[in-house]
Write a protein that binds this ligand. Structure first.
Ligand SMILES: Nc1ncnc2c1ncn2[C@@H]1O[C@H](COP(=O)(O)OP(=O)(O)OP(=O)(O)O)[C@@H](O)[C@H]1O
Ligand SMILES: [Mg+2]
Length: 315
């Protein structure tokens, strides 16, 4: 659906997007994640034909954003960072205006607006001036304007910014529902947002790709080490000594040591060998007993921080 090849965008000396390449497949919901200033909005503006890339190319549904921008725009619904709403118009008038601009025939406009109002949960406020709506409802109107022409691709730039927690949940549900039928790019700097709604996540920092994968894949990308948690019955100091003496172990800490119960250790090891098996062997050989052994998952937050701070400290 989208193919981004070697895109660079410079603003004078500032490189906002740096040789970025990625694809978005039909029907996929991609989380486009990065800290403030990473280049997310700039990349979305290039995909939506709001500005040209300095280098590289982007195609949407096979159309080039530079030479076939009219075709590209037809395929895309875009909710920018701050939605371009006319505050003194009521929702119905505003959506009719957008429908007209989008080239929807007058005979179809009424039905399209009714349908989109239903999808975005706007039925009860259609006559209200946009300026008098709460922030959450303004965002829904923004979403409605992006969807009115039934695009295959929806691009959302930080759609939940400024919403209260209840509205955030509603907005995420709405995005998930829409994502079942359409290709979506969701820009955000909030990890739980993208992991809750997206099939795949692409993390960028300072204009460059630093990682991509499913939320699960990213969570298990563990910076060259594996971590497991082991609950072991035995004298804490002795068990600890044995663990630290194991071949690939690079770290060990005690999380819990209840009287009479098993001691919970968290072990970090180099990814060679089967750590679980080695722990089991060590326990048996030393006459301890094992109560539980499980792989520890690194949270996406950790992965995100590791990836984005590593880049920065490498400067
Ligand atoms: N029109 C412009 N002129 C000059 N610099 C710009 C322009 N637009 C963006 N930039 C710079 O490019 C970099 C990337 O900005 P961009 O808005 O794409 O980041 P972002 O990832 O969307 O950040 P945020 O999470 O804060 O929205 C920033 O350093 C920004 O200052
Ligand atoms: Mg932005």
């Amino acid at each position: 659906m989208i193919e981004v090849k070697g895109v660079t965008k410079r603003f004078g000396p500032k490189v906002a997007v740096d040789n970025l390449s990625f694809e978005v497949k039909n029907g996929e919901v991609l989380g486009f994640l990065g800290p403030n200033g990473a280049g997310k909005t700039t990349m979305m503006r290039i995909i939506t034909c709001y500005m040209p890339a300095t280098e590289g190319s982007v195609t949407v549904a096979g159309h080039d954003t530079l030479t076939e921008s009219f075709e590209v725009r037809r395929h895309i619904g875009y909710l920018p960072e701050s939605a371009p709403l006319y505050l003194d118009m009521d929702i119905t008038d505003y959506l009719s205006f957008v429908a007209q601009v989008r080239g929807i025939a007058p005979s179809e406009r009424h039905e399209k607006i009714r349908r989109i109002a239903e999808i975005c949960g706007l039925q009860n406020v259609m006559g209200q001036d946009i300026g008098t709506l709460s922030k959450g409802f303004k965002q829904r109107v923004g979403l409605a304007q992006a969807l009115i022409h039934d695009p295959d691709l929806l691009i959302l730039d930080e759609p939940t910014t400024g919403l209260d927690p209840a509205q955030i949940i509603e907005m995420r549900e709405l995005i998930k529902r829409i994502g079942r039928e359409k290709t979506v790019i969701l820009c955000s700097h909030i990890l739980p947002e993208v992991s809750a709604t997206c099939d795949r996540i692409l993390i960028i920092n300072e204009g460059k790709k630093v990682a991509s994968g499913t939320p699960d894949e990213l969570a298990t990308a563990t910076e060259g080490s594996v971590t497991i948690q082991a609950k072991i019955y035995g004298p804490e100091a002795q068990v600890r000594e044995k663990i630290e003496g194991m071949e690939h172990v690079i770290g060990c800490r005690v999380v819990e040591s209840p009287p009479g119960g098993p001691v919970t250790f968290v072990l970090k090891a180099k990814p060679n060998g089967d750590l679980g098996r080695e722990v089991f062997k060590m326990v048996v050989e030393n006459g301890f007993s094992l109560s539980e052994l499980k792989a520890e998952r690194i949270s996406l937050e950790d992965v995100f921080l590791q990836l984005t701070t590593k880049e920065r400290s490498a400067e």
